[in-house]
Every structure is written in C-alpha cells, then in structure tokens.
Design a protein around this ligand. Structure first.
Ligand code: SF4
Ligand code: SF4
Length: 359
C-alpha cells in the first residue's frame, strides 16, 4: 500500500520534489571498467533510468538534486558541479572503477561546470542522451549520440506523459470545491475540463497565437462560438447556456496557464507573469533566467561542437568550412543556457533583449 501511495505521489505530483536515495548503485554486475552513469535523485527519474538499464552491467551514481528532476534542478541552480563532485567523493567512486569518465545527463548541461568536476575529482564528464530509454543504444554505439538522442521531444509521447500528472491535481482541486458548493455541475465540469485540456494537448501546434494563454483563449472562443451555433440551431437561442460560456473561458484559461512551458520550448505564461511581478524565483518551479538570443563569436570558436552536443532543440547545425560552429536554427533557441555554460572557449553569449509577448 505504501509503495502504491509512493508511486501515486511520484507520478501525479511530479512537479513537487520527491527524493530517491543518493549514492552509488550497482546495476547488474558491474566491474572496474564498467560505465558510470549519473542521474538526479528525483524518484521518477531514478525509476526510469533503472528500467532503461535492465540487463546492463553499469554503475549508477545518484546525485542529490533535492528530489527535483534533472532539467529543472540544473536550470534552477540546484544540480551543479558541486552536487556531482559531492556524489563522486562521498561514494568513493575512484576506488570502484579503473577509468576516469562519468556519463552525466545531457539536460544537466545548464547547471554543471565540467571543468570544475574534472579538477576536483579527476573524472571527465561526458554528456549522455536526453532520455534514459536511449542509454542502452548509446552504450551499444560506444557512447556516440545520434541527433535524435540529443533532442528533447515535445511530441505525442511527451504530451501523453504530461497529460494526467499536470492536469489531474488541478481537476481534483476544482472538482472538490464544486462537489461541496455546486455538486450538480460536477459532471458538466468534468466533461468540459478534460475536453479543454484534450483540445490544447492535441492541437497546441496548430492553434493560432504566440503565447499559451493566447492560444487557450482562441480555442475557448472557437468552442463558445460553436456552442452558440448549436444552441441557435437546436433551440433558436444562441444564449441558451451562456453560463457555460463563462465556465469554458475559465477552464481554458486555467488549462493554458503553463501549457507553453510544458508542451513547447517556449517561456511559460506563468513564468512570464512571475517575471513581470518581480519574482526572481519560486522554489525550483520557476527561476528567472537570462533571456536573449544566443550569439557566436567566430574568432573564439574552436569548432569542438560541444554546443551541438548539449542543445536539446537542434539550434546548431554543424561547423562551416572554417571549422566554426553554425547557428542553423536560431529561432528554436529558448535560452536554456546549456551551450553558453558548456562552450570551452567562451565563444557563446546571450544578446539580451526585453521580454516581449512572443519571447
Ligand atoms: S562549443 Fe563553443 S567553441 Fe565549441 S563549437 Fe560551439 S561555439 Fe565553438
Ligand atoms: S542554443 Fe539556445 S536552446 Fe540551444 S543550448 Fe543554447 S541556449 Fe539552449
């Protein structure tokens, strides 16, 4: 029963910290030459990594990210080089393995200074794939990543994964209030809520609008107009259920609150609102980050392509004839900071600009 409750909390409340034990774990029967994979101590992440590693003989080093997933913890300044250094030293990793390489998650790139890890532990950090499910293929390919392994996937698989955990707690909260104050409206609200969320999750890429809230309002307006048309056709009165119009706008408003940040590489409206209200951070859920377009200084660039290796949205397309990095898709950049942090030559920087409605 406790395990079931633990799974329920880890799955449905994934935006809350949920700590797994830290330390060095043997997966299968690893030896001194086996690879060492590092991850964060977010319960769901550790479970997924362990599932992906079934059948492998590797070491798994779980670093303390305070129970937060890799990307949020790295962007939020929690999963830094210090946490990796601590994990390596406390676990006495150097006594267990005969090599000096650790494979850290690609999504930790915004937070981890690899040079510092090397200086303080002697271990060289190599960035693994974005998803744990790609680790076996990555190891099989002698630690070579394909472009697909570097990309964060905002597609159907990600949306399916986010659909219930991100929305069920909100639904539960509103439904509980409704059950107390207006129980007769509960069934209608349930249909409306999941239809609204379903529309946004399925059609976000084609709904017009630059912000998640803008898109949600456009979808709400479309639904309300369709509803008015049906009412006019069936009852000759387009305003027959006007109360539900308001409910439709409110539900879409709530569903669109953070949708851009969850389902696309855009700043969420929630974050933008926090920034405008003057908040620098809100726990690990929101941290004000430097905004702007990433710019390359070709004089400094050595063509190592570390930037391409860590960018989760494929902004860098390769190197040119002069062996300088090429920013092939600047429009895809969402200022995560990974390339700027990892560029060994300091050739990348943000050209800061004012936050606009579409930024
Ligand atoms: S990481 Fe820096 S030095 Fe290396 S290719 Fe990219 S911009 Fe150039
Ligand atoms: S190019 Fe933009 S999105 Fe890609 S790693 Fe750099 S900052 Fe992040």
């Amino acid at each position: 029963m406790r395990a079931l409750i633990g799974w329920f909390v880890a799955y449905f409340a994934r935006w809350l910290p949920h700590r797994a034990p830290t330390g060095l774990f043997a997966v299968g029967r690893p030896g001194a030459g086996s690879p060492v994979l590092v991850t964060a101590n977010f319960t769901l992440t550790v479970k997924r990594v362990l599932r992906a590693l079934a059948g492998q003989d590797v070491w798994l080093l779980v670093a303390n990210s305070e129970g937060i997933n890799v990307w949020c913890a790295a962007c939020g300044g929690i999963l830094t080089e210090n946490r990796i250094i601590d994990a390596v030293k406390i676990s006495k990793l150097a006594e267990k393995v005969s090599h000096n390489e650790i494979i850290i998650p690609q999504l930790s790139a915004p937070g981890v200074d690899r040079e510092a890890v090397k200086q303080q532990t002697g271990f060289r950090c190599r960035f693994g794939p974005v998803y744990a499910r790609d680790i076996p293929a990555y190891l099989e390919a002698r630690k070579k990543k394909t472009d697909r392994m570097r990309r964060f996937d905002f597609g159907p698989r990600h949306r399916l994964d986010m659909f219930l955990p991100m929305n069920f707690p909100v639904y539960l909260l509103i439904a509980a209030v409704l059950a107390l104050v207006a129980p007769k409206q509960l069934a209608g609200f349930t249909v409306l809520f999941w239809a609204a969320v379903g529309i946004l999750y399925l059609l976000l890429d084609v709904i017009p609008g630059k912000t998640g809230w803008g898109q949600a309002m456009f979808a709400a307006l479309t639904v309300v107009l369709a509803w008015a048309g049906i009412n006019w056709y069936l009852w000759a009165n387009p305003f027959a259920h006007w109360g539900w119009w308001i409910a439709t706008f409110l539900v879409f408003f709530a569903a669109g609150f953070d949708i851009a940040g969850i389902l696309s590489p855009r700043t969420s409206d929630a974050e933008r609102m926090m920034q405008r209200l003057g908040f620098k951070r809100f726990g690990s859920l929101f941290v004000e980050t430097e905004r702007g377009t990433v710019e390359l200084d070709p004089v400094k660039c050595c063509g190592c392509l570390t930037c391409k290796d860590v960018c989760p949205v494929g902004v860098f397309s390769g190197i040119d004839a002069n062996k300088k990095a090429v920013i092939g898709h600047p429009e895809a950049c969402f200022s995560c900071g990974a390339c700027v942090k990892q560029c060994p030559e300091g050739a990348l920087a943000f050209a800061a600009h004012e936050l606009g409605p579409g930024s």
